[in-house]
Design a protein around this ligand. Structure first.
Ligand SMILES: *[C@@H]1O[C@H](CO)[C@@H](O)[C@H](O)[C@H]1NC(C)=O
Ligand SMILES: *[C@@H]1O[C@H](CO)[C@@H](O)[C@H](O)[C@H]1NC(C)=O
Ligand SMILES: *[C@@H]1O[C@H](CO)[C@@H](O)[C@H](O)[C@H]1NC(C)=O
Ligand SMILES: *[C@@H]1O[C@H](CO)[C@@H](O)[C@H](O)[C@H]1NC(C)=O
Length: 317
């Protein structure tokens, strides 16, 4: 065999090995996914406040119920620390809450992760982001690079989703059972607890948002049509203005809180979808010890009363 043939065969074998490893990465889901949940500033009126930031425990339970483990991402950390954390987690959840979406340290961290996620996905490193309520709003801000939100009368209401034609082919909804899609669209099972919304009007007038996201459902407060669910066209980014995590895990007795079987199933199906997206990512900790140290099990949630808006929260320094 001539040298050049040998080199040629070696190159072919190397190429085949590379193809196999790419195929393996594509086909073998990561069955130990870890999702980062972003903390946010504590509210001054929180009677249980300890430290400087918190995560509502419902977001942790939501992800755990669908087979993920959670790493808390604390605010006010250096960019280097966030880059390091990014390399260890398989997805990011931006939770609901009540901070200034433009100036908060939570949005600062969200922005750093958002940019890292864009870059990673552009390079073929699949990294999903899920935004709920305030997280939805943060995503609109990060994509549009400006605040396009408007006030709506949606502070405490359960609504049926008004699905768009795009919803049935969407990544998020296409595998949902038909009876659940019917409940989501006919019954009032999606919990809305927000003063701010992205109106259909502002969305439609903003090229950056329109190019980036596909609207999957809308709602109205009677005056303003606003976007309730969307997914990015070319990135595994998902945003819900409603609260799928509340139905199974929060018990405040308020209009808008629903605990029906279908509401709880909607919670699980959204969580399971997002965790299955995180399973497509292969980031990992450099050692089991490092992973163990980062997981939320190192913290204990505080019980804040059954009629509190969040039954349990984790507090961080
Ligand atoms: C952020 O970190 C700085 C420097 O460590 C500290 O002075 C400040 O109080 C922190 N802010 C919050 C909200 O944690
Ligand atoms: C559109 O966004 C602007 C901020 O850029 C806001 O003042 C206005 O209320 C919004 N209008 C609607 C209909 O959403
Ligand atoms: C469900 O929500 C709609 C608003 O989309 C409202 O008109 C209707 O009265 C609600 N139904 C119930 C039973 O609350
Ligand atoms: C649903 O959305 C469509 C299109 O945006 C709109 O024409 C229709 O009035 C909405 N229906 C309800 C019940 O809000």
């Amino acid at each position: 065999m001539s040298l050049s043939t040998e080199a040629g065969i070696a190159a072919l074998l190397a190429a085949a090995a590379l193809l196999c490893s790419v195929a393996a990465a594509d086909s073998l889901p990561n069955q130990r996914p870890v999702v980062g949940v972003l903390a946010q500033e504590i509210l001054p009126e929180d009677p249980f406040a300890a430290g400087s930031s918190y995560i509502a425990a419902c977001y942790v339970k939501y992800l755990e119920s669908a087979g993920a483990r959670v790493v808390p991402i604390r605010i006010n950390r250096t960019e280097e620390e966030y880059v390091q954390i990014f390399s260890t987690i398989n997805g990011l959840l931006l939770p609901g809450g009540n901070v200034d979406t433009e100036t908060s340290l939570s949005t600062r961290a969200a922005k750093i992760f958002y940019r890292l996620a864009l870059k990673a996905n552009n390079a073929g490193d699949y990294f999903p982001i899920w935004g709920t309520c305030q997280g939805f709003q943060q995503l609109t801000l990060l994509t549009a690079d400006r605040n396009l939100l408007t006030v709506t009368d949606t502070r405490s209401a359960a609504l049926p989703l008004n699905f768009t034609a795009d919803s049935s082919s969407s990544r998020l909804f296409r595998n949902f059972p038909a009876d659940l899609m019917r409940s989501l669209s006919e019954d009032n099972i999606t919990a809305n607890f927000h003063s701010w919304s992205l109106s259909l009007q502002n969305f439609s007038r903003n090229g950056k948002l329109k190019r980036f996201y596909k609207v999957l459902s809308t709602n109205t407060d009677g005056t303003t049509d606003f976007i309730s669910t969307m997914e990015a066209r070319h990135y595994p980014f998902y945003a819900v203005q409603w609260h799928p995590e509340k139905s199974p895990f929060e018990w405040v007795d308020k209009p808008g809180m629903v605990h029906s079987t279908q509401a709880v199933r909607a919670s699980f199906y959204t969580a399971s979808f997002f965790v299955s997206e995180a399973m497509k990512n292969q980031h990992k900790f450099s050692s089991p010890a490092e992973e163990e140290q980062a997981l939320i099990y190192n913290f204990s949630p505080v019980f804040r009363g059954i009629s509190s808006i969040f039954v349990q929260k984790y507090y961080f320094d």
